[in-house]
Design a protein around this ligand. Sequence first.
Ligand code: TRP
Ligand code: SF4
Length: 352
Amino acid sequence: MTEIERPRVLSGMRPTGRLHLGNYMGALANWVKLQHDYECYFFIADYHALTTDYANTENLRRNTEEVALDWLGAGLDPERCVLFLQSAVPQHADLHLRFSMITPVSWLERVPTYKEQQENLSEKDLSTYGFLGYPLLQAADILLYQPKFVPVGQDQVVHVELTREIARRFNQFYKLDGREVLPEPQVLLTPAPKLPGTDGRKMSKSYGNTIELTDPEATVRQKLKTMVTDPARVRRTDAGNPDLCPVGDLHKVFSSPDTIASVNQGCRSAGIGCIECKGWAADALVQILAPIQQRRASFSPAQAMEVLRAGSECARQRAEATMSEVDQAMRMPKLGVATASEPVKLAAGAAL
Ligand code: TRP
Ligand code: SF4
């Protein structure tokens, strides 16, 4: 496909620090595939981190570095996609402000994650203006790039839906020569396999049950050893069921068909022990992680940040093109710009 034919996609990730296998399977691995067939914009949503962690910013920089390194390790290629930092593209904040003018507060209060998150994170004061505006900032992130698709997991679908409503509302109020400036993007749903953490619950940083992309082999094996199994298999001689075992779920995602068959047969007949079975699961994980870790180690944190800097410059140009249309459609007052041949005459007061 030529450059011109590739549909544009945009997605983002909050800088949560080192990424885990759940982040990889639920988003990153899919992004790596997309970069071959789409014009891709991927960014680190550091402003979004502030919506919940405004009181606690000491790790923001390091977390951003870690995510950028994990992206490069996973195989996102700055030659193939634009990797950038949200706060380095001021147009995100600008478009967010425009949207805040046209969005009824009730639309934001109605977003299911709003009340849910406030309750889940009750130790933080999330009664802020910025937290209420989270989905609006996300709408700005997306619409700024006029993408055809937004690759996200199921949990983000409501946010993309709201983005579409914001786009519709904007387009109703403002047109540019009768044309709509902000086309409605579509969700490109990322199929996410069931990926349990070491405690059997969904792998999630907040549960502390993750396997990180940077975990060395010994750590992976150690984590697997303590991973919960089919509770029916108390003794080595009890038969088990891989369909009821988190380790069985890991095999289904990462192991070869042959290994999966051996697990099925061995577990159900008590022919293998859990220790052996977990060893095979660890083998599969190590095999996935090794190339990621090797590629990651070839970049320094400074190089990763340089990738974001260069990408942000590119993103800014794209974003500015949209904002120029937004300004025209909204009929914002326009001031001339100074040129070398026609220097701006300072008002008398300004010279003092
Ligand atoms: N809210 C997303 C998340 O928590 C992150 C995000 C911010 C995003 N802006 C976005 C995702 C724009 C897709 C598009 O995962
Ligand atoms: Fe789980 Fe494997 Fe043990 Fe079966 S043998 S219970 S699949 S760890």
